[in-house]
Design a binder for this molecule. Sequence first.
Ligand code: IPE
Ligand code: IPE
Ligand code: MG
Length: 230
Amino acid sequence: MIMDGNGRWANQRGRPRTAGHIAGARTVRQMVEHARRSQIRVLTLYAFSSDNWSRPQDEVDALMRLFRRHLAAETPKCQENDIRISVVGRRDRLSPELRRSIDAAEEATRECQSLHLRLAVDYSARDTMVRAAASVPPGVSMTREDFATLLASVNHDDGSAGDVDLLIRTGGEQRLSDFLLWECAYAELYFSRRMWPEFSTADFDAAVEDFRARDRRFGGLSRQVAAARA
Ligand code: IPE
Ligand code: IPE
Ligand code: MG
């Protein structure tokens, strides 16, 4: 999910952008609970892109504070509900305190299995690809699977999430903004006009319903895909 529209939601109400991020954090909790109930196995939330560092410093600081506070508060609830937390992206530009909260959340929920909740922080798909490509020794040939494993490894990711099935973006924009470019090669894209703070569980269900009706062919024919699944 690309959680977009917090700032506009706040502006429409004459409030500061950070009020939108606080409201957005409530939506995160609702969506995680709903994904767990709906038996979704992997949910990846785009929380902060590498390009988001270019925002005003007070907004960046507020986002980092919110992120740390929510990680600490939600970790015990995730443990109780069998939700594994992982954070994907670069860590070297995050504060030591935030890095410690991430390590603690990942460690505490390592064995949880019902839902894998991935938070993308300081994430850039293009930087990921550049860093992965740079780590391939000259002359080494790679399969797509090998490269996918490498992409995961440069982002503190164990690679278990695999390709994206359904990508949902709120906020009305119809673009990927450097999110999971490799993993979305055959993703179904769903764009909602709702701003993230007002995205509801009914909206989430509508996106999943829409996804279920799609005909995914992966370059082949529907009947081949159906036969491979059977
Ligand atoms: C998404 O909402 C949250 C982050 C990018 C951190 P925005 O902050 O991008 O909100 P808009 O798009 O300006 O409304
Ligand atoms: C994408 O939203 C990043 C996150 C939701 C974290 P942006 O608001 O940063 O993307 P653009 O600038 O509209 O492409
Ligand atoms: Mg935005």
